[in-house]
Design a protein around this ligand. Sequence first.
Ligand code: UDP
Length: 241
Amino acid sequence: MSTSKYKRVVLKLSGEALAGGKGSGIDPAVIQSIANQVKDIVELGVEVAVVVGGGNLWRGKAGSEMGMDRASADYMGMLATVMNSLALQDSLENIGVQTRVQTSIEMRQVAEPYIRRKAIRHLEKKRVVIFAAGTGNPYFSTDTTAALRAAEIEAEVILMAKNNVDGVYSADPTIDQTAVKYNTLSYLDLLKEGLAVMDTTASSLCMDNDIPLIVFSIMEEGNIKRVVIGEEIGTTIRGNN
Ligand code: UDP
């Protein structure tokens, strides 16, 4: 039987990953497939916290480019992550996985507020904790949320599931045929080369707190488990390589 390399992980799901081929909105079949993959690793005994993005529904930057106040547009983005989180919670509970959604913006009728100690307690009880509403602050991203929450709950790794790429490349592989995939990278290289894996706030937070990140494709069923049992798919980014 396979065993997990990690005790506690943060899984970062971008909003786009929930949209599947549709590009925007929520694809119930895709969300269910992700939920099944999460269940697989919960069954291995891994404590799983999920940070969900919102880019499939709304991005603050796009709103501000259309003339909206940036902070208001960002709050809309954070609310979008709550919708995605509830959809994921529903899919997980449909297949018998216990979950709690915690939001960084209080909305007690909908979910628990984010309380670090409570989140850790849920994880210890093998409930999947879904962190919604980003950091609760405009001008940040859900990648930064993943880095922040991973540090707070002392997760060993961030698993960054992508729907359009299977790792980090030297250039955009859809445009540049000579682009090569990296197996490992350092955060410093990531920052120096300006590789578009996550924003610089998120990368620096991971670097400063020594949190490794694995970027991989979620489109292949079973990949979350592969990463968790230590198969080297995707790209691993660490403090020093
Ligand atoms: N957002 C924010 N603060 C946060 C996290 C998210 O303002 O701490 C807003 C921001 O407008 C962002 C949107 O929420 O565009 C959706 O999050 P993100 O773009 O990170 O989602 P993803 O790209 O992962 O789908």
